[in-house]
Ligand binder design. Sequence first.
Ligand SMILES: Cc1cc2nc3c(=O)[nH]c(=O)nc-3n(C[C@H](O)[C@H](O)[C@H](O)COP(=O)(O)OP(=O)(O)OC[C@H]3O[C@@H](n4cnc5c(N)ncnc54)[C@H](O)[C@@H]3O)c2cc1C
Length: 420
Amino acid sequence: MIANRSYDCVVIGAGPGGGAAAALVAEQGFSTLLLERDKMPRFHVGESLMPETYWIFERLGILHELDKIGFTRKNGVQFVNSAGKETAPFIFRDVDDRDCSESWHVQRDKFDQLLYETAYNRGATCADETRVLDIDIRKKSPHRLTIKSAGGKEQDISTKVIIDASGQQAMIASRLGLKEYYPDLKKAAIWGYFKGAKRAGGGNPEVTCILHTESKDAWFWYIPLGNETVSVGLVADNDYLLKRGGSPQQTFEEQVKQCVGIKSRLQDAQQVGKLNIAKEFSYRTTQQAGDGWVLVGDAGGFIDPIYSSGVYLALKSAVMAADAVTDGLHKNDISERQLGRWTGDYESGVDLLRRLVRAFYTKEFSFGQFMKAHPRHAGNLTDLLIGRVFEGNAGEIFEDMDPWMEKVRAGEEVPQVTAS
Ligand SMILES: Cc1cc2nc3c(=O)[nH]c(=O)nc-3n(C[C@H](O)[C@H](O)[C@H](O)COP(=O)(O)OP(=O)(O)OC[C@H]3O[C@@H](n4cnc5c(N)ncnc54)[C@H](O)[C@@H]3O)c2cc1C
Protein backbone atom coordinates (compact mmCIF):
# COMPACT_ATOMS: atom_id res chain seq x y z
CA MET A 1 0.00 0.00 0.00
CA ILE A 2 1.15 3.52 -0.77
CA ALA A 3 0.74 5.72 2.31
CA ASN A 4 0.07 9.05 0.57
CA ARG A 5 -2.80 9.36 -1.87
CA SER A 6 -1.84 12.57 -3.56
CA TYR A 7 1.41 13.63 -5.29
CA ASP A 8 2.90 16.45 -7.31
CA CYS A 9 4.19 13.91 -9.79
CA VAL A 10 3.63 10.22 -10.47
CA VAL A 11 6.08 8.44 -12.76
CA ILE A 12 4.90 5.20 -14.39
CA GLY A 13 7.67 2.68 -15.03
CA ALA A 14 11.17 2.26 -13.58
CA GLY A 15 13.22 1.89 -16.73
CA PRO A 16 15.99 4.43 -17.45
CA GLY A 17 13.43 7.07 -18.46
CA GLY A 18 11.30 6.69 -15.34
CA GLY A 19 14.19 6.36 -12.89
CA ALA A 20 15.96 9.45 -14.23
CA ALA A 21 12.80 11.56 -14.42
CA ALA A 22 11.72 10.62 -10.88
CA ALA A 23 15.18 11.47 -9.50
CA LEU A 24 15.23 14.90 -11.14
CA VAL A 25 11.70 15.86 -10.07
CA ALA A 26 12.13 14.56 -6.52
CA GLU A 27 15.44 16.37 -5.99
CA GLN A 28 13.61 19.66 -6.54
CA GLY A 29 11.52 18.88 -3.46
CA PHE A 30 8.31 17.83 -5.22
CA SER A 31 6.46 14.81 -3.88
CA THR A 32 7.18 12.10 -6.45
CA LEU A 33 5.95 8.53 -6.71
CA LEU A 34 7.76 6.05 -9.00
CA LEU A 35 5.69 2.97 -9.83
CA GLU A 36 7.03 -0.24 -11.38
CA ARG A 37 4.89 -3.28 -12.10
CA ASP A 38 7.77 -5.79 -11.91
CA LYS A 39 9.93 -6.70 -8.97
CA MET A 40 13.18 -4.74 -9.18
CA PRO A 41 15.78 -5.49 -10.35
CA ARG A 42 14.16 -6.81 -13.52
CA PHE A 43 15.51 -8.10 -16.85
CA HIS A 44 15.33 -5.86 -19.96
CA VAL A 45 16.78 -5.63 -23.46
CA GLY A 46 18.96 -2.64 -24.46
CA GLU A 47 22.52 -3.10 -23.22
CA SER A 48 24.74 -0.97 -25.45
CA LEU A 49 24.76 2.71 -24.47
CA MET A 50 25.52 5.71 -26.66
CA PRO A 51 28.39 7.90 -25.42
CA GLU A 52 26.17 10.98 -25.03
CA THR A 53 24.56 9.25 -22.02
CA TYR A 54 27.72 10.44 -20.20
CA TRP A 55 26.34 13.94 -19.61
CA ILE A 56 23.16 12.61 -18.11
CA PHE A 57 25.02 10.28 -15.76
CA GLU A 58 27.16 13.24 -14.78
CA ARG A 59 24.09 15.30 -13.99
CA LEU A 60 22.59 12.42 -12.00
CA GLY A 61 25.93 12.01 -10.17
CA ILE A 62 26.25 8.31 -10.98
CA LEU A 63 29.29 8.17 -13.31
CA HIS A 64 31.44 6.45 -10.70
CA GLU A 65 28.71 3.99 -9.82
CA LEU A 66 28.74 2.62 -13.37
CA ASP A 67 32.37 1.60 -13.06
CA LYS A 68 31.87 0.38 -9.49
CA ILE A 69 29.17 -2.02 -10.64
CA GLY A 70 31.70 -3.31 -13.16
CA PHE A 71 29.94 -2.74 -16.48
CA THR A 72 32.27 -3.25 -19.44
CA ARG A 73 33.41 -0.11 -21.21
CA LYS A 74 32.14 0.51 -24.71
CA ASN A 75 35.02 2.03 -26.67
CA GLY A 76 33.38 2.11 -30.05
CA VAL A 77 31.48 0.25 -32.72
CA GLN A 78 32.54 -2.12 -35.44
CA PHE A 79 30.67 -3.05 -38.60
CA VAL A 80 31.02 -6.35 -40.44
CA ASN A 81 29.54 -6.42 -43.93
CA SER A 82 27.54 -9.15 -45.64
CA ALA A 83 30.71 -10.64 -47.14
CA GLY A 84 32.16 -10.99 -43.64
CA LYS A 85 34.62 -8.13 -44.13
CA GLU A 86 35.43 -6.59 -40.75
CA THR A 87 35.91 -2.84 -40.88
CA ALA A 88 38.46 -1.36 -38.49
CA PRO A 89 36.67 -0.66 -35.19
CA PHE A 90 35.45 2.91 -34.98
CA ILE A 91 36.93 4.02 -31.66
CA PHE A 92 35.21 7.07 -30.17
CA ARG A 93 38.33 8.33 -28.36
CA ASP A 94 40.22 8.51 -31.66
CA VAL A 95 37.91 11.37 -32.60
CA ASP A 96 37.56 13.05 -29.22
CA ASP A 97 39.91 11.98 -26.43
CA ARG A 98 37.68 12.95 -23.53
CA ASP A 99 36.10 10.63 -20.95
CA CYS A 100 32.70 11.34 -22.48
CA SER A 101 33.75 9.42 -25.58
CA GLU A 102 33.50 6.11 -23.77
CA SER A 103 30.33 4.48 -22.79
CA TRP A 104 29.20 1.20 -21.23
CA HIS A 105 27.66 -2.15 -22.03
CA VAL A 106 25.23 -2.76 -19.20
CA GLN A 107 23.20 -5.58 -17.77
CA ARG A 108 19.88 -3.80 -17.65
CA ASP A 109 18.69 -5.34 -14.39
CA LYS A 110 21.65 -3.77 -12.56
CA PHE A 111 21.61 -0.56 -14.57
CA ASP A 112 17.91 0.16 -14.11
CA GLN A 113 18.22 -0.74 -10.41
CA LEU A 114 20.93 1.94 -10.10
CA LEU A 115 18.55 4.56 -11.48
CA TYR A 116 15.72 3.28 -9.29
CA GLU A 117 17.94 3.69 -6.23
CA THR A 118 19.05 7.11 -7.44
CA ALA A 119 15.40 8.18 -7.59
CA TYR A 120 14.89 6.85 -4.05
CA ASN A 121 18.02 8.61 -2.77
CA ARG A 122 16.79 11.91 -4.25
CA GLY A 123 13.56 11.63 -2.31
CA ALA A 124 11.12 9.78 -4.58
CA THR A 125 8.77 7.19 -3.09
CA CYS A 126 9.56 4.06 -5.07
CA ALA A 127 7.15 1.14 -5.28
CA ASP A 128 7.94 -1.95 -7.34
CA GLU A 129 5.50 -4.82 -7.90
CA THR A 130 2.93 -2.05 -8.21
CA ARG A 131 1.05 -1.92 -11.48
CA VAL A 132 -0.89 1.03 -12.83
CA LEU A 133 -4.20 -0.50 -13.83
CA ASP A 134 -5.97 2.56 -15.08
CA ILE A 135 -5.38 6.23 -15.74
CA ASP A 136 -8.09 8.82 -15.65
CA ILE A 137 -6.77 11.81 -17.57
CA ARG A 138 -9.11 14.62 -16.64
CA LYS A 139 -9.68 17.85 -18.47
CA LYS A 140 -7.94 19.58 -15.61
CA SER A 141 -5.27 18.11 -13.35
CA PRO A 142 -5.20 16.46 -10.76
CA HIS A 143 -5.41 13.23 -12.71
CA ARG A 144 -6.18 9.88 -11.14
CA LEU A 145 -4.49 6.51 -11.34
CA THR A 146 -5.72 3.17 -10.08
CA ILE A 147 -2.86 1.01 -8.91
CA LYS A 148 -2.48 -2.53 -7.65
CA SER A 149 0.25 -3.33 -5.13
CA ALA A 150 2.09 -6.62 -4.60
CA GLY A 151 -0.44 -7.80 -2.02
CA GLY A 152 -3.23 -7.39 -4.58
CA LYS A 153 -4.72 -4.30 -2.97
CA GLU A 154 -6.11 -1.67 -5.33
CA GLN A 155 -6.09 2.02 -4.51
CA ASP A 156 -6.57 5.38 -6.22
CA ILE A 157 -3.84 8.02 -6.32
CA SER A 158 -4.20 11.59 -7.48
CA THR A 159 -1.40 13.65 -9.01
CA LYS A 160 -0.81 17.05 -10.57
CA VAL A 161 1.48 15.57 -13.23
CA ILE A 162 1.90 12.11 -14.74
CA ILE A 163 5.20 11.26 -16.39
CA ASP A 164 4.50 8.19 -18.49
CA ALA A 165 7.69 6.15 -18.76
CA SER A 166 5.94 2.81 -19.16
CA GLY A 167 8.10 1.79 -22.13
CA GLN A 168 6.49 -0.11 -24.97
CA GLN A 169 3.28 -0.37 -22.93
CA ALA A 170 2.95 3.35 -23.71
CA MET A 171 0.00 3.59 -21.35
CA ILE A 172 -1.19 7.12 -22.12
CA ALA A 173 -0.45 7.00 -25.86
CA SER A 174 -2.30 3.68 -26.19
CA ARG A 175 -5.31 4.98 -24.29
CA LEU A 176 -5.47 8.23 -26.24
CA GLY A 177 -4.79 6.59 -29.60
CA LEU A 178 -1.55 8.49 -30.18
CA LYS A 179 0.65 5.57 -31.33
CA GLU A 180 1.67 5.41 -35.00
CA TYR A 181 3.71 2.47 -36.25
CA TYR A 182 6.34 3.09 -38.93
CA PRO A 183 5.19 1.15 -41.99
CA ASP A 184 8.79 0.76 -43.23
CA LEU A 185 10.21 -0.42 -39.90
CA LYS A 186 8.22 -3.54 -39.14
CA LYS A 187 11.12 -5.33 -37.51
CA ALA A 188 11.43 -8.14 -35.00
CA ALA A 189 14.32 -9.40 -32.90
CA ILE A 190 15.42 -12.74 -31.49
CA TRP A 191 18.22 -12.54 -28.94
CA GLY A 192 20.03 -14.46 -26.25
CA TYR A 193 23.15 -14.74 -24.10
CA PHE A 194 26.29 -16.78 -24.68
CA LYS A 195 29.25 -17.80 -22.57
CA GLY A 196 32.61 -18.68 -24.01
CA ALA A 197 32.03 -16.54 -27.11
CA LYS A 198 34.92 -14.62 -28.64
CA ARG A 199 35.04 -11.00 -27.64
CA ALA A 200 34.62 -8.62 -30.58
CA GLY A 201 38.29 -8.73 -31.62
CA GLY A 202 40.44 -6.26 -33.46
CA GLY A 203 42.43 -5.61 -30.29
CA ASN A 204 39.49 -3.64 -28.93
CA PRO A 205 37.31 -6.15 -27.21
CA GLU A 206 34.91 -3.60 -25.82
CA VAL A 207 33.08 -2.48 -28.93
CA THR A 208 29.52 -3.13 -30.00
CA CYS A 209 29.60 -5.13 -33.20
CA ILE A 210 27.00 -4.93 -35.96
CA LEU A 211 27.16 -7.78 -38.46
CA HIS A 212 25.11 -8.26 -41.61
CA THR A 213 24.08 -11.73 -42.78
CA GLU A 214 25.15 -12.85 -46.28
CA SER A 215 21.81 -11.96 -47.84
CA LYS A 216 21.72 -8.58 -46.04
CA ASP A 217 18.16 -9.43 -45.01
CA ALA A 218 19.11 -9.50 -41.35
CA TRP A 219 21.78 -8.24 -38.97
CA PHE A 220 23.18 -9.29 -35.62
CA TRP A 221 24.22 -7.23 -32.63
CA TYR A 222 27.12 -8.54 -30.60
CA ILE A 223 27.52 -6.86 -27.22
CA PRO A 224 30.29 -7.97 -24.84
CA LEU A 225 28.85 -7.78 -21.33
CA GLY A 226 30.61 -8.55 -18.04
CA ASN A 227 30.90 -12.00 -16.51
CA GLU A 228 32.18 -13.56 -19.75
CA THR A 229 28.75 -13.13 -21.29
CA VAL A 230 27.93 -11.81 -24.74
CA SER A 231 24.50 -10.60 -25.82
CA VAL A 232 23.72 -11.66 -29.39
CA GLY A 233 20.62 -10.45 -31.19
CA LEU A 234 19.19 -11.01 -34.64
CA VAL A 235 17.05 -8.28 -36.25
CA ALA A 236 15.11 -8.37 -39.52
CA ASP A 237 11.69 -7.69 -40.97
CA ASN A 238 9.00 -9.24 -38.81
CA ASP A 239 7.73 -11.55 -41.58
CA TYR A 240 11.22 -12.62 -42.58
CA LEU A 241 12.06 -13.58 -39.01
CA LEU A 242 8.88 -14.88 -37.48
CA LYS A 243 6.82 -16.22 -40.38
CA ARG A 244 9.33 -18.48 -42.10
CA GLY A 245 8.30 -21.68 -40.29
CA GLY A 246 10.39 -23.32 -37.60
CA SER A 247 10.97 -22.14 -34.07
CA PRO A 248 12.78 -18.90 -33.18
CA GLN A 249 15.68 -21.07 -32.02
CA GLN A 250 15.86 -22.73 -35.45
CA THR A 251 15.64 -19.38 -37.23
CA PHE A 252 18.38 -17.94 -35.04
CA GLU A 253 20.70 -20.90 -35.67
CA GLU A 254 19.97 -20.83 -39.39
CA GLN A 255 20.87 -17.11 -39.56
CA VAL A 256 24.04 -17.65 -37.50
CA LYS A 257 25.19 -20.01 -40.28
CA GLN A 258 24.50 -17.19 -42.78
CA CYS A 259 26.75 -14.78 -40.95
CA VAL A 260 30.45 -15.61 -41.07
CA GLY A 261 31.40 -13.13 -38.36
CA ILE A 262 28.85 -14.40 -35.85
CA LYS A 263 29.52 -18.04 -36.69
CA SER A 264 33.20 -17.71 -35.90
CA ARG A 265 32.57 -15.68 -32.76
CA LEU A 266 30.10 -18.23 -31.39
CA GLN A 267 32.13 -21.27 -32.45
CA ASP A 268 33.03 -22.40 -28.92
CA ALA A 269 30.18 -20.64 -27.15
CA GLN A 270 27.29 -21.99 -25.15
CA GLN A 271 23.87 -20.43 -25.13
CA VAL A 272 22.65 -19.52 -21.67
CA GLY A 273 18.90 -19.94 -21.25
CA LYS A 274 16.18 -19.50 -23.86
CA LEU A 275 16.10 -16.97 -26.64
CA ASN A 276 13.86 -13.90 -26.31
CA ILE A 277 11.62 -12.33 -28.93
CA ALA A 278 10.52 -8.73 -29.47
CA LYS A 279 8.36 -7.30 -32.25
CA GLU A 280 6.25 -4.28 -33.15
CA PHE A 281 8.65 -2.01 -31.33
CA SER A 282 9.06 0.85 -33.83
CA TYR A 283 6.52 3.64 -33.53
CA ARG A 284 6.09 7.30 -32.75
CA THR A 285 3.42 9.22 -30.90
CA THR A 286 1.51 12.09 -32.44
CA GLN A 287 1.56 14.10 -29.22
CA GLN A 288 4.11 13.90 -26.42
CA ALA A 289 2.54 16.12 -23.77
CA GLY A 290 -0.86 17.33 -22.61
CA ASP A 291 -2.26 19.26 -19.65
CA GLY A 292 -0.67 17.56 -16.65
CA TRP A 293 0.98 14.69 -18.52
CA VAL A 294 4.10 14.03 -20.52
CA LEU A 295 5.65 11.00 -22.24
CA VAL A 296 9.30 9.98 -21.95
CA GLY A 297 11.40 7.20 -23.47
CA ASP A 298 9.68 4.39 -25.32
CA ALA A 299 6.32 5.55 -23.98
CA GLY A 300 6.72 8.42 -26.45
CA GLY A 301 8.24 6.36 -29.28
CA PHE A 302 11.08 4.08 -30.31
CA ILE A 303 12.93 3.92 -33.62
CA ASP A 304 15.02 0.76 -33.93
CA PRO A 305 17.77 -1.16 -32.10
CA ILE A 306 20.46 -0.32 -34.68
CA TYR A 307 22.77 2.45 -33.33
CA SER A 308 21.69 1.68 -29.74
CA SER A 309 19.86 4.96 -29.26
CA GLY A 310 16.93 3.76 -27.09
CA VAL A 311 18.35 4.18 -23.59
CA TYR A 312 19.98 7.48 -24.47
CA LEU A 313 16.72 8.87 -25.86
CA ALA A 314 14.85 7.61 -22.79
CA LEU A 315 17.34 9.42 -20.53
CA LYS A 316 17.47 12.56 -22.66
CA SER A 317 13.69 12.89 -22.87
CA ALA A 318 13.49 12.22 -19.12
CA VAL A 319 15.85 15.12 -18.42
CA MET A 320 14.05 17.47 -20.80
CA ALA A 321 10.62 16.49 -19.49
CA ALA A 322 11.68 16.63 -15.81
CA ASP A 323 13.03 20.17 -16.30
CA ALA A 324 9.74 21.25 -17.90
CA VAL A 325 7.75 19.57 -15.10
CA THR A 326 9.74 21.05 -12.20
CA ASP A 327 9.76 24.49 -13.79
CA GLY A 328 6.01 24.17 -14.36
CA LEU A 329 5.33 23.02 -10.80
CA HIS A 330 7.42 25.92 -9.45
CA LYS A 331 5.37 28.47 -11.38
CA ASN A 332 2.08 26.61 -11.10
CA ASP A 333 1.78 26.03 -14.84
CA ILE A 334 1.37 22.43 -15.88
CA SER A 335 -0.26 23.16 -19.19
CA GLU A 336 0.48 21.18 -22.34
CA ARG A 337 2.50 24.13 -23.58
CA GLN A 338 4.74 24.15 -20.52
CA LEU A 339 5.19 20.38 -20.17
CA GLY A 340 5.77 19.92 -23.88
CA ARG A 341 8.08 22.91 -24.42
CA TRP A 342 11.03 20.61 -25.17
CA THR A 343 9.35 18.26 -27.61
CA GLY A 344 10.11 20.25 -30.80
CA ASP A 345 13.86 20.25 -30.14
CA TYR A 346 13.73 16.64 -29.08
CA GLU A 347 11.88 15.55 -32.21
CA SER A 348 14.43 17.35 -34.41
CA GLY A 349 17.23 15.30 -32.84
CA VAL A 350 15.27 12.05 -33.02
CA ASP A 351 14.54 12.74 -36.67
CA LEU A 352 18.26 12.73 -37.50
CA LEU A 353 18.66 9.28 -35.97
CA ARG A 354 15.54 8.04 -37.75
CA ARG A 355 16.98 9.17 -41.09
CA LEU A 356 20.22 7.35 -40.36
CA VAL A 357 18.23 4.22 -39.47
CA ARG A 358 16.43 4.41 -42.82
CA ALA A 359 19.78 4.72 -44.60
CA PHE A 360 20.98 1.56 -42.84
CA TYR A 361 17.95 -0.39 -44.06
CA THR A 362 18.30 0.81 -47.64
CA LYS A 363 19.93 -2.29 -49.12
CA GLU A 364 21.50 -0.48 -52.07
CA PHE A 365 23.11 2.13 -49.81
CA SER A 366 26.73 1.78 -48.69
CA PHE A 367 27.96 4.00 -45.85
CA GLY A 368 31.53 3.23 -46.94
CA GLN A 369 30.96 4.49 -50.49
CA PHE A 370 29.05 7.53 -49.32
CA MET A 371 31.74 8.54 -46.82
CA LYS A 372 34.48 8.10 -49.41
CA ALA A 373 32.63 10.46 -51.71
CA HIS A 374 31.83 12.93 -48.92
CA PRO A 375 34.67 12.82 -46.38
CA ARG A 376 33.67 16.26 -45.05
CA HIS A 377 30.82 14.53 -43.22
CA ALA A 378 33.05 12.28 -41.10
CA GLY A 379 32.50 14.48 -38.04
CA ASN A 380 28.75 14.60 -38.65
CA LEU A 381 28.56 10.83 -38.88
CA THR A 382 30.53 10.51 -35.64
CA ASP A 383 28.14 12.91 -33.95
CA LEU A 384 25.17 10.82 -35.08
CA LEU A 385 26.76 7.58 -33.89
CA ILE A 386 27.55 8.95 -30.44
CA GLY A 387 24.14 10.61 -30.11
CA ARG A 388 25.19 14.27 -30.41
CA VAL A 389 21.99 15.19 -32.19
CA PHE A 390 20.57 17.89 -29.92
CA GLU A 391 23.36 20.38 -30.60
CA GLY A 392 25.84 20.95 -33.41
CA ASN A 393 25.44 20.39 -37.13
CA ALA A 394 25.23 16.63 -37.55
CA GLY A 395 22.13 17.06 -39.71
CA GLU A 396 24.23 18.61 -42.49
CA ILE A 397 25.17 15.10 -43.56
CA PHE A 398 21.70 14.72 -45.06
CA GLU A 399 22.26 17.58 -47.49
CA ASP A 400 24.35 15.08 -49.42
CA MET A 401 22.96 11.80 -48.14
CA ASP A 402 19.33 12.44 -49.12
CA PRO A 403 20.02 13.05 -52.84
CA TRP A 404 22.48 10.15 -52.82
CA MET A 405 19.85 7.92 -51.27
CA GLU A 406 17.25 8.97 -53.85
CA LYS A 407 19.69 7.99 -56.57
CA VAL A 408 20.50 4.55 -55.16
CA ARG A 409 16.82 3.86 -54.53
CA ALA A 410 16.04 4.76 -58.13
CA GLY A 411 18.87 2.50 -59.29
CA GLU A 412 20.86 5.42 -60.69
CA GLU A 413 24.64 5.56 -60.81
CA VAL A 414 26.46 7.14 -57.88
CA PRO A 415 30.17 7.94 -58.09
CA GLN A 416 32.26 4.89 -57.18
CA VAL A 417 35.26 6.00 -55.19
CA THR A 418 38.13 3.62 -54.74
CA ALA A 419 40.35 3.82 -51.70
CA SER A 420 43.39 6.01 -52.26
C1 LIG B 1 15.38 -5.72 -29.72
C2 LIG B 1 15.79 -4.44 -29.03
C3 LIG B 1 17.14 -4.17 -28.77
C4 LIG B 1 17.51 -2.99 -28.16
N1 LIG B 1 18.83 -2.72 -27.94
C5 LIG B 1 19.19 -1.52 -27.41
C6 LIG B 1 20.56 -1.19 -27.16
O1 LIG B 1 21.49 -1.98 -27.40
N2 LIG B 1 20.84 0.03 -26.62
C7 LIG B 1 19.86 0.93 -26.31
O2 LIG B 1 20.16 2.02 -25.86
N3 LIG B 1 18.57 0.62 -26.50
C8 LIG B 1 18.20 -0.57 -27.01
N4 LIG B 1 16.89 -0.87 -27.16
C9 LIG B 1 15.89 0.09 -26.70
C10 LIG B 1 15.71 0.07 -25.19
O3 LIG B 1 15.38 -1.24 -24.76
C11 LIG B 1 14.59 1.04 -24.80
O4 LIG B 1 14.61 2.16 -25.63
C12 LIG B 1 14.71 1.50 -23.35
O5 LIG B 1 14.63 0.43 -22.47
C13 LIG B 1 13.59 2.50 -23.05
O6 LIG B 1 13.61 2.85 -21.70
P1 LIG B 1 12.26 3.34 -21.01
O7 LIG B 1 12.65 3.80 -19.64
O8 LIG B 1 11.54 4.25 -21.88
O9 LIG B 1 11.34 2.03 -20.92
P2 LIG B 1 11.61 0.61 -20.30
O10 LIG B 1 13.04 0.39 -20.06
O11 LIG B 1 10.90 -0.36 -21.15
O12 LIG B 1 10.90 0.69 -18.90
C14 LIG B 1 9.50 0.77 -18.79
C15 LIG B 1 9.07 0.20 -17.46
O13 LIG B 1 7.68 0.45 -17.27
C16 LIG B 1 7.12 -0.64 -16.58
N5 LIG B 1 5.68 -0.63 -16.79
C17 LIG B 1 5.00 -0.85 -17.95
N6 LIG B 1 3.67 -0.80 -17.74
C18 LIG B 1 3.51 -0.52 -16.42
C19 LIG B 1 2.35 -0.34 -15.59
N7 LIG B 1 1.12 -0.46 -16.08
N8 LIG B 1 2.54 -0.06 -14.29
C20 LIG B 1 3.80 0.06 -13.77
N9 LIG B 1 4.92 -0.11 -14.51
C21 LIG B 1 4.77 -0.40 -15.81
C22 LIG B 1 7.82 -1.83 -17.23
O14 LIG B 1 7.75 -2.99 -16.42
C23 LIG B 1 9.24 -1.32 -17.39
O15 LIG B 1 10.06 -1.65 -16.30
C24 LIG B 1 16.51 -2.06 -27.78
C25 LIG B 1 15.17 -2.34 -28.02
C26 LIG B 1 14.80 -3.50 -28.64
C27 LIG B 1 13.34 -3.77 -28.91
